[in-house]
Design a binder for this molecule. Structure first.
Ligand SMILES: NC(=O)c1ccc[n+]([C@@H]2O[C@H](COP(=O)([O-])OP(=O)(O)OC[C@H]3O[C@@H](n4cnc5c(N)ncnc54)[C@H](OP(=O)(O)O)[C@@H]3O)[C@@H](O)[C@H]2O)c1
Length: 249
């Protein structure tokens, strides 16, 4: 199948393109890097010619509230319009477990808007909601830092390796559209503060991680199960410790 990976140069996109090619698919990495821009429409009609599936694993260059909303709504509208014209039969998008519970966050309001546009479009679709990537745990510390302290809510947390995210999205992309949501997550549960502390220790980062039940996540209040997937989620294989020991320090 010809499968277009929008955001194919990114963390998940580059892994996904490789996995699909290994399975014999014609996977095309599409992003501004390769002359395809979902905001301006540049290169979209050309790249979508003959495509069966479009997988959107792009992300907004800015996470500022207005910019991120503008990115996901404009990009998704353009994609769906060009896909309809090209006769694409399956739109797959990567979203985040708990998106609907995080509407206090500007970033997640944009993901909610992205999901809504997809659900309301005429293109058969699958939305894959993943938990946080192991690769993003340091990013969580960075967005939660105040001086030398990192305030993180001690809530349940079930992150996964980017490699497993790409495998999970790849399986959905080559299957029939589910016209709904598939959740994927990591094989283990932790407390978020514990995992951020372990990641920073491995990086020899001296910031102190403080468990703070009132700490916000991306601007939203969270509680015990906000970030964990439902019991029927498909789980990745990679454990955090194995991922950590394979990481260059
Ligand atoms: N971080 C997490 O823990 C987490 C958890 C669950 C789900 N997600 C979701 O995963 C998705 C992908 O994240 P990621 O970390 O893999 O992203 P990433 O590494 O930041 O890559 C972003 C990609 O988007 C592309 N892009 C930016 N502007 C574009 C445009 N105008 N047109 C087309 N492509 C454009 C970039 O292309 P260039 O390289 O050419 O600029 C790049 O390929 C996001 O939608 C995010 O919501 C993230």
């Amino acid at each position: 199948m010809k499968i277009i990976v929008i955001g194919g140069s990114g963390l998940i996109g580059s892994k996904l393109v490789n996995k699909l090619r290994e399975q014999g698919h014609e996977a095309v990495a599409a992003s501004p890097h390769s002359g395809v821009n979902t905001i301006t429409g540049e290169g979209l009609a050309e790249v979508l010619k003959g495509a069966s599936v479009v997988v959107d694993v792009s992300n907004s260059p800015s996470w500022e509230e207005k910019a991120v909303m503008e990115f996901f709504t404009t990009s998704t509208r353009n994609l769906l319009r060009y896909e309809a014209a090209a006769g694409v039969g399956h739109h797959v998008a990567l979203s985040v477990v708990g998106t609907d519970r995080l509407s206090e966050s500007g970033y997640f309001r944009a993901k909610i808007a992205q999901e809504k546009l997809i659900k309301e479009s005429s293109i058969p679709y699958s939305i894959v909601r993943a938990t946080q990537f192991f690769e993003f745990v340091k990013g969580i510390a960075d967005i939660s830092t105040d001086g030398n302290m990192v305030r993180v809510a001690p809530v349940l947390f079930q992150p996964m390796a980017a490699d497993d995210v790409a495998s999970g999205v790849g399986k959905v992309a080559v299957g029939p559209p589910v016209n709904g949501i598939v959740e994927i997550g990591g094989p283990e549960q932790f407390r978020m503060d514990e995992l951020v502390r372990r990641r920073l220790a491995a990086l020899k980062d001296s910031r102190e991680v403080i468990p703070d039940p009132k700490a916000l996540y991306s601007g939203a209040k969270i509680s015990e199960r906000t970030l964990v997937p439902a019991p029927n989620a498909r789980l990745g294989e990679t454990r955090f410790e194995a991922w950590l020991s394979a990481m260059p320090r």
